[in-house]
Design a protein. Structure first.
Length: 188
């Protein structure tokens, strides 16, 4: 059993959100386009939390948080944004873990929960975009069944422009590596 738990974002998470965002600004901005400086002010973070909470109501956006057991302090957060296409609905995945909990399994627990939520929403697939030099995320996503499907628009990071990879994991049908393990029982 994991020592990490995931759950839905709650109104009572305001202080945990503020603490998480401030404590993880530097690692976030290393692999993601930075927020404007005012985002990290008291008012900016209050507004960001209110917006994040409000987005949960439209059923097109879902946020999950990871904690250590029943503790209030976040060790990770992730979200799914639902998109509609002719091939069916898919979810765009984003996630982040607290730098003090890297390589402890928190990201794996969060990712598994978000994939489960996407399946419950009947998504056809889950996509993610990552900086091409983010080998930790690449490894994590590939272990979770994602495959690189192409390149995306370069991201404007504080350290310069970074090429971005698009990864995808189908959620319907038997594809890829699963096919080799599939078998059928046929009558003799």
């Amino acid at each position: 059993m994991s020592r990490f738990c995931t759950r839905a974002l709650a109104l009572t998470d305001r202080a945990s959100f503020v603490e998480f965002e401030r404590n993880n600004r530097e690692p976030f901005e290393h692999f993601n386009e930075p927020h404007p400086p005012r985002y990290y002010s008291d008012v900016g973070l209050e507004q960001a939390f209110d917006k994040l909470l409000a987005r949960q109501d439209d059923m097109r956006f879902l946020t999950r948080v990871t904690t250590r057991g029943d503790a209030a302090q976040w060790v990770g957060k992730g979200s799914l944004t639902v998109h509609n296409t002719d091939e069916g609905d898919f979810a765009m995945l984003v996630y982040q873990t607290d730098r003090h909990h890297w390589k402890q399994g928190a990201a794996s627990v969060l990712l598994a929960d978000l994939i489960h939520e996407a399946q419950a929403l009947s998504m056809s697939r889950v996509d993610a975009l990552i900086a091409s030099d983010n080998v930790v995320s690449l490894h994590l996503l590939r272990r979770a069944g994602f495959k690189v499907v192409g390149w995306s628009t370069p991201a404007a990071l504080l350290r310069g422009h970074a090429h971005c990879l698009q990864l995808s994991r189908p959620l319907r049908g038997v594809v890829g590596p699963s096919l080799a393990r599939a078998h059928m029982h046929q009558p003799a």
